[in-house]
Design a binder for this molecule. Structure first.
Ligand code: HAM
Length: 429
């Protein structure tokens, strides 16, 4: 057992994992750019109040899962690691006066999020999201556009059988009456409620609906549904989102039990799942409309909508489905080896020149016999070995084509050009 290990619920992304994430991030970046989104970075930590106010004090994410940073005496601010990026982005929207930019402001970000949750397969304490936000458009057309974008991402990276679940969770006009009805309903089943849920009943009854406690499953299934109690404006919005989705050819299913775990949502809510994935109740991504969030954080009332892609879970599902996700690793074009094991200076100098010319080159620095150096170059998948020998004094080297088994003398002055030409003709031939 090693002395130190990555903290529970976190993991190291080794180069093969990182390559998959790179591929997912690149695909998402280029896809969202086609829809007019641009990148933004906000800090990995914020004033805790940004999350408490934005996400809601009585949510799992804030109440149980927030990584709070102990304040240092000289800076008495309470900070927390971000459990999600939307609140921080809305904070930045307000802080930088983005309401004066052309609306909607379309932003993406990608990086780690932190939630002190119970670790299990596909649920980590540090996980990665690719996040998409459109702030300043009340919809409903953009709701459908952003759901279509999410669905297209999974198709482009090759996840099979992704299902879109949508719902509407109302707004301040229709939700209060629904909340009152829901409180009545659960009060009628008080004895069956686990202590945390009983405690939340009066403070934030909506959160009972997304409780992970198995004791709640039956009660929640029979609870009154917001979808049946939407006001006229919310119902019309929801109908229009659905007809736009149909027109765009996005397959979706209405799930009136979908309420999402964060308080900032209004109206449209959605999640992406792999249909029939045995035993997994885990969304590959999810989001919704948050028309009250910007105002909660001190801005002018501004509508918004967005979603987060769970990169860890997408990578897991791709591996399970057996698809190849990351492009194969390219070996070096050339490895510089030499007859004199001690002459690392010459090998390094030649490799440095090749790299300066833009080529993938490695020098063998291990001070071993030429035969061993050549063997290692072959294992590396190198196309050429550049061999430094007796001709070095005349400014020449031997270039061995490790695939064809041929060898010839090349002037060092021409080496980069020759190798680049050989690589190009190899790729196109
Ligand atoms: P969320 O549903 O909490 O929404 O997270 C989005 C996605 O992140 C989930 O669907 C899941 O794939 C992934 N995820 C969440 N928690 C974990 C975890 N502990 N381990 C691994 N993956 C996880 C949000 O975060 C909202 N900010 C989405 C949004 C953006 N809404 C509007 N704009």
């Amino acid at each position: 057992m090693p002395t130190f290990r990555a903290p529970r619920g976190t993991r190291d992304l080794l180069p093969d994992d990182r390559a998959v994430f790179d591929h997912l991030e690149r695909t998402a970046t280029s896809l969202t750019a086609r829809y007019g989104y641009r990148g933004i970075e906000t800090p990995l930590f914020e004033q805790a109040a940004v999350f408490e106010r934005g996400i809601g004090e009585v949510t799992d994410v804030v109440e149980k899962e927030l990584f709070r940073i102990a304040p240092r005496t000289e800076e008495a601010e309470a900070w927390a690691l971000r459990p999600e990026p939307t609140a921080g982005i809305a904070r930045a929207y307000v802080q930088h006066g983005m309401q004066t930019w052309p609306q909607p402001v379309k932003l993406t970000t990608t990086g780690p999020m932190f939630r002190y949750d119970r670790p299990q397969a596909g649920r980590y304490r540090q996980f990665w999201q690719f996040d998409v936000e459109a702030i300043g458009d009340a919809g409903p057309a953009i709701d459908a556009e952003i759901i279509e974008l999410g669905h297209r991402f999974y198709t482009e990276v090759g996840v099979q059988g992704v299902e879109v679940l949508v719902n509407s969770i109302g707004d301040p006009a229709c939700r209060p009456a629904y909340v009152a009805e829901l409180v009545e309903y659960y009060r009628g089943h008080l004895a069956a409620l686990p202590p945390t849920e009983r405690d939340r009943l009066e403070r934030n009854v909506l959160r009972l609906l997304d409780s992970k406690d198995p004791a709640m499953t039956g009660l929640n299934a029979a609870a009154p549904r917001i979808t049946d109690r939407l006001c006229e404006a919310c119902a019309a919005h929801f109908e229009s989102v659905k007809s736009h989705l149909t027109a765009l050819g996005v397959p979706f299913r209405v799930d009136s039990g979908l309420v999402r775990g964060l308080d900032y949502y209004t109206r449209t809510a959605f999640e992406f799942y792999v249909a029939g994935r045995a035993g997994q109740q885990q969304a590959l991504g999810g989001g919704g409309r948050y028309d009250g969030l910007v105002a909660l954080l001190g801005g002018k009332p501004t509508p918004g909508i967005g979603f987060g892609l769970g990169l860890d879970r997408v990578a897991l599902v791709l591996a399970e489905q057996g698809g190849s996700t990351a492009p194969a690793v390219e070996g070096p074009l050339a490895v510089v080896v030499g007859a004199d094991p001690e002459d690392t200076v010459s090998r390094l100098r030649v490799a440095t020149e090749l790299r300066a010319a833009g080529l993938r080159a490695r020098a063998d620095l291990a001070r071993r016999k030429l035969g061993r150096q050549l063997e290692a170059a072959g294992k590396d998948g190198a196309h050429f070995a550049v061999i430094l020998g007796d001709e070095l004094g005349q400014g020449q080297v031997q270039v061995r084509d490790l695939e064809a088994g041929t060898q010839r003398v090349v002037a060092i002055a021409d080496l980069a050009r020759e190798l680049a030409r050989a690589e190009a003709s190899h790729k196109h031939g």
